[in-house]
Design a protein around this ligand. Structure first.
Ligand SMILES: C[S@@+](CC[C@H](N)C(=O)[O-])C[C@H]1O[C@@H](n2cnc3c(N)ncnc32)[C@H](O)[C@@H]1O
Length: 345
């Protein structure tokens, strides 16, 4: 007779931590995405009844949600109602990661087993939330890089292919007051978010937007003479969706259409089997789940050396290779290639 080992409470608590973290991540996303965070920030504190009335919510369910967040130390409850804790304010600074990983990809993670079956289609995602979240993350690293390069090159006609919610365009226009910009975004949710943001910032006269793919845009007959373009984390989409020949033909068409272009191509170096990177704090917290989702969503990450060789095969020159501020990411995995068709002088 075998004696069943007792599953003691401490082991149960330990084993439940991933579930606790999963539920908390999803509820933080809802707190931010529902607008409740913004209302609490604006008002300082509010009762469940006040929040239910302001957001047209079901009082009993909202109360359960707020109580849960209080018990996790995200909210505090006092006489005037619920208020944000310092922990909530700190985690809100990472809102973009929640928008992308939870709003954009939570459904993907839940669909992995089905999508792993031989012959299965890719798992779904919310493309709009992916674009919006990626842009919010980019505010911390690649948008400052794009602005620095745009200013250095004196850009006047900017193009962002796969622009998400348009934050690159907005920040580039702020940094370059004489510049015009054009954003291209195929997901309807991302495109509409960009339209709203551009209008809110009063930049509709300087920034135009198209809801289409990068490939279709560069082959269209739009009357626009771009001199500086960004294609940030989008070559990996074209590679996954349509293959290497499609990426090469897209780059050819881009430089045929805009021969004097400087193109900033940003990609994440694919280092999933590099233990030094994968044991790094950001390697485990961000890149491991980030690497996981790509093959499930028809995206293909590649190494920096793969991209460099591909650009050479396209007859392009990499005039500069850029990395982002190591204060925010010291892995060196985010790489920006500045490409031209003309040989550097
Ligand atoms: C990871 S997000 C990056 C967004 C933004 N470029 C950034 O760096 O924050 C990838 C974006 O590419 C868009 N996308 C996907 N396929 C595309 C294509 N064929 N042409 C242009 N954009 C595409 C997605 O909708 C999404 O907004």
């Amino acid at each position: 007779m075998t004696v069943t080992e007792v599953l003691t409470e401490d082991r149960i608590v330990d084993g439940l931590q991933p579930i606790r973290a999963h539920v908390l991540a999803v509820q933080l996303f809802h707190l931010f995405d529902s607008g409740l965070y913004d209302t609490l920030q604006r008002r300082g504190a509010a009762t469940a009844a006040e929040l239910a009335s302001a957001h047209a919510l079901h009082l009993e369910r909202l109360t359960a949600f707020l109580s849960y967040l209080r018990n996790e130390g995200i909210l505090v409850e006092a006489d005037r109602g619920f208020a944000l804790t310092p922990k909530a304010i700190e985690v809100h600074r990472l809102r973009g990661w929640y928008t992308m990983f939870i709003g954009g990809y939570a459904r993907t993670f839940l669909a992995l087993a089905g999508a792993m079956q031989a012959g299965a289609a890719a798992a779904g995602r919310d493309g709009g939330k992916v674009g919006v979240g990626a842009n919010e993350i980019s505010m911390t690293d690649t948008i400052p890089l794009a602005c620095r390069l745009g200013v250095q090159y004196g850009a006047r006609r900017i193009l962002d292919l796969g622009c998400g919610s348009g934050l690159y365009l907005i920040e580039l226009c702020k940094a370059l007051p004489d510049a015009q910009a054009w954003g291209v975004e195929p997901s309807r949710g991302g495109y509409e978010a960009a339209q709203r943001l551009v209008a809110d910032r009063g930049l509709a006269s300087r920034i135009r937007l198209s809801c289409t793919s990068a490939q279709a845009f560069v082959r269209s007959d739009v009357d626009y003479d771009a001199d500086f373009a960004v294609v940030a984390f989008v070559l990996q989409e074209i590679l996954g969706q349509d293959g290497e020949a499609a990426v090469m033909s897209f780059l050819d068409a881009t430089f045929d259409r805009f021969p004097n272009l400087r193109l900033l191509a940003l990609e994440v170096d694919y280092q999933v089997n590099n233990p030094r990177i994968m044991r790094h704090g950001l390697g485990a917290a961000f890149y491991n789940p980030y690497y996981l989702l790509h093959p499930f969503t028809d995206q293909r990450l590649e190494s920096s050396s793969y991209w460099k060789a591909l650009f050479v095969r396209c007859g392009l020159y990499t005039i500069s290779t850029e990395t982002i501020d190591p204060l925010t990411d010291s892995t060196g995995l985010v790489v920006g290639f500045v490409l031209t068709r003309k040989a550097p002088l």
